[in-house]
Unconditional design. Sequence first.
Length: 120
Amino acid sequence: MIFSFLIEVQDLLSATCLQDLYETFFFIVDLHAITLPYDAPELSKATRSTAAIYLACGIDSSKASIFVQSHVRAHVELMWLLSSSTPIGWLNRMIQFKEKSRKAVRHSLYDSFHHHLLAG
């Protein structure tokens, strides 16, 4: 887990040089988190912590955009469009979807389905 986190930070540090060359967008993914039961104050704290990590890694908010996924209405609208038009058979071909579907205890009808639509 720590190794995975360090790889992500390394990728983030590499991406910070892109903000000088291109219009860059860094977002905090939280729509996946709300497909399962969650503690709202804890999720809010984790969101702020993630933003702090982005800034500590060198993302300059005057050069790059940092936003929270759930604060952008278009993300939810896209999820709705994808879930309305994606055949379940396509998702059943994804190894990750099949594994999660077999192992997961469903908290809602759509938790696993929407997670994989957003993950692409």
